[in-house]
Design a binder for this molecule. Structure first.
Ligand SMILES: [Zn+2]
Ligand SMILES: [Zn+2]
Length: 347
């Protein structure tokens, strides 16, 4: 089969590799029908994620068809059409028992395209297959479901739910990439009064309108703090969601929230950021961090199936697998190309 193989910082290839086999009892081999590229894959290619070693197949998001299952798999069977989640869950460790699958210490967590071979391939081995995949309900397209492999639950759980968005809130989302947009989209489930999109790329701010943003702030030329103050009688936002992952944007979020406000960090950080406790100690703010757990995936699937959540607007490009290198190039130049999510299928 062919797969996207990581060959060290800056280097990857769509190349011939052995097809995966069942290794553990709970494994399934899934034929990949649709797959996408994540911002995290670009971080890996920059060398920001040293746990990813040379020779690793990238990718942690897919929709596919079960081809073979190990003897310990009780629910899934060959022919089943499934979502392969970015988070693998052993289902047995203390964190899995608390639905904190992202923290799994029983061999799961974020492992696909990280610690084991991933989904940017014709086939993928999925460990703990019964508890790490979701059957796709009838009438829902592969590409819509693909948006729930990572960005859907990440924006919702780590942004909206960790941020405690409530009716009437002013929600500021810093970073209008796919995950920031997902936070804007799903925050609407709680009827906030304003969703303020803050980014330095006009193309992404423009896209935010389709995901519920009511105000757009380009903070390369506007003062985001002043704009939020003006909108909130000088108090600040109820919730700020950080969806970039650099010190400046985290520190901006801490400035944007009102006394008693909530900051939810979603961004993947590679450098230390300053926490201004000299300002914040008295303000009664809440700051939450974390990786997605994917406990909301089944809920989001229902919302997609019932058309209460429209995710198709994330999909800006379609490609075939043999053009994988071009897709990476297009996705890496997202500010120019307007790429949000690319859907990659078999030719
Ligand atoms: Zn991802
Ligand atoms: Zn576990």
């Amino acid at each position: 089969m062919r797969a996207v193989v990581y060959h060290g910082p800056g280097s990857k290839e769509w190349e011939e590799v052995p097809k995966p086999k069942i290794v553990e009892d709970g494994d399934a081999i899934v034929r990949v029908d649709a797959v996408t590229i994540c911002g995290t894959d670009l971080h890996i290619l920059k060398g920001d994620v040293p746990a990813v070693t040379e020779g690793r197949i990238l990718g942690h998001e897919a929709v596919g068809t079960v081809e073979e299952v190990g003897p310990g798999v009780k629910v899934l069977k060959p022919g089943d059409h499934v979502l392969v989640s970015c988070i693998t869950a052993c289902g047995r460790c203390r964190f899995c028992r608390e639905s904190r699958y992202g923290l799994c210490i029983g061999g799961g967590g974020w492992i696909l395209g990280h610690k084991i071979d991933g989904t940017q391939a014709e086939y993928v081995r999925v460990p703990f297959a019964d508890t790490s995949t979701y059957l796709i309900p009838p009438g829902v397209s592969d590409e819509s479901v693909l948006m729930l492999a990572d960005i859907g639950p990440t924006g919702y759980e780590v942004g909206v739910l960790n941020g405690g968005v409530e009716p009437g809130d002013v929600v500021a989302v810093v970073g209008a990439g796919p995950v920031g947009l997902s936070a804007m989209l799903t925050s609407q489930l709680y009827s906030p009064s304003h969703i303020v999109a803050i980014d330095v790329a006009d193309s992404r701010l423009e896209a935010s309108k389709g995901f519920g943003a009511t105000e757009l702030i380009n903070n390369s030329r506007e003062d985001a703090v002043a704009a939020i103050q003006q909108l909130t009688d000088g108090l600040g936002a109820d919730v700020a969601i950080e969806a970039v992952g650099i010190p400046e944007t985290f520190e901006l979020c801490a400035e944007l929230i009102r006394p008693g406000g909530r900051l939810a960090n979603v961004g993947v950080h590679g450098k230390p950021a300053t926490l201004h406790l000299e300002d914040l100690w008295i303000k009664g703010v809440e700051i939450r961090t974390g990786l997605v757990d994917t406990y909301s995936t089944a809920t989001l699937l229902k919302l997609i199936a019932s058309r209460q959540l429209e995710v198709d607007e994330f999909i800006t490009h379609h490609f075939h697998m043999d053009q994988f290198m071009d897709e990476y190039d297009l996705f890496a130049r997202a500010a120019e190309t307007g790429a949000l999510k690319v859907v990659i299928t078999k030719p």
